[in-house]
Design a protein around this ligand. Structure first.
Ligand SMILES: [Zn+2]
Ligand SMILES: [Zn+2]
Ligand SMILES: [Zn+2]
Length: 330
């Protein structure tokens, strides 16, 4: 038996495709003559004879996997191949992450060795960990709190990036009087030099040779956070009064805090609680109709003839809603 070397530049995928094609041909060869109408039989016989006595040749597949880009191509091809087969169930695509970084304006979490994950700054305000950390005025406490993020953001509102010309650039060149300032990701793209003491030099001022203090990876393994006033955040959600935001404590979700008008003050409270009209919260708790199942209880406070009315709506999948109301919360 002779031996052939077949080189596949794109790795094992091509091999798999070739294998699949071979299999197809094999199947065709086995079934086609039988499915043919009988008048074709005479023609088919001599053709089959051509292969008689031909010895099988052993093919030796030499598969070489190229690193880098080719591998990614390979992964894409595998994904397409799996899609084409349609035999595997794939998870639903995750919804688009609409959170935007206030510095670089990019959506969603960044690469760990790049801008890294988004940190929450305030209601609907997010910043990439490294976009914040590499802002010149930001420093980190022993415990990992990032200080001056808001100061950096304020400066970023007016400073344009030396590379992409968009605002939000806060990573300045460490050379005195150098006006170059970048977004963190743009600084990497512009081939700036980063140092372990969290300083950066622009391409014009960077050191010519290698330096021991140069930083090679931006991955942050330690705990880093931005201190926020959570009580203030909740207060601002309530004050905005819109229904876009809600906050959740365990199984309890607050949708609206409601309000009390001066004439209601006298009647809409107990010794320990206020009963604001328009209050709405949902709680996920055990069902009272189906064993071992949880359902949603929607609790609201309304006004009925100048007195508070407490309404609980039981929302359960596959069953009709139940509504209970009473003049007492008990
Ligand atoms: Zn960013
Ligand atoms: Zn930029
Ligand atoms: Zn510079």
């Amino acid at each position: 038996p002779s031996s052939y070397e077949v080189l596949f530049p794109h790795g094992p995928v091509r091999a798999a495709v070739v294998e699949a094609k071979k299999l197809e041909m094999d199947v065709a060869a086995r079934f086609k003559p039988r499915s043919r109408p009988p008048e074709d039989g005479d023609e088919a016989r001599p053709r089959l004879k051509k292969w008689k006595g031909v010895r099988w040749k052993r093919l030796r597949f030499l598969v070489t996997i190229q690193k880098g880009g080719a591998k990614r191509d390979g992964e894409k091809e595998i994904a397409e191949f799996i899609d084409k087969l349609g035999t595997t169930l794939r998870p639903e695509k995750v919804p688009r992450d609409l959170r935007k970084c206030c510095f670089c304006h990019e959506e969603g979490d960044g690469a760990t060795d790049g801008p890294a994950r988004l940190l929450n700054l305030d209601l609907d305000l997010w910043v990439h960990l490294n976009c914040a950390l590499w802002s010149t005025e930001v420093y980190e406490t022993q415990g990992g709190a990032l200080i001056n993020v808001e100061v950096a953001l304020h400066r970023g509102l007016l400073t344009k990036c030396s590379l992409c010309q968009k605002t939000g650039a806060t990573n300045s060149c460490n050379r005195i009087r150098c006006p170059s300032v970048y977004h963190f990701a743009c600084a990497i793209r512009a081939k700036c030099m980063f140092f372990k003491d969290k300083t950066m030099l622009c391409p014009l001022h960077k050191l010519k040779g290698p330096c021991e203090q140069e930083l090679s990876s931006f991955t942050v393994f330690r705990r880093v956070y931005i201190e926020r006033d959570e009580v203030k955040q909740i207060a601002s959600i309530i004050q905005r009064g819109e229904r876009l935001h809600m906050f959740r404590v365990g199984g309890l979700v607050f949708h609206a805090i409601g309000q009390l008008l001066p004439h209601q003050m006298a009647d809409f409270h107990s010794v320990t609680a206020l009963y604001p009209v328009g209050y709405e919260a949902t709680r996920i708790y055990w069902s009272l109709r189906t064993n071992n199942r949880r359902c949603c209880y929607r609790c609201t406070i309304c006004e009925n003839n100048g007195r508070p009315e407490f309404v609980v709506q039981v929302i359960e999948q596959g069953l009709e809603d139940l509504v209970f109301s009473d003049s007492s919360p008990q």
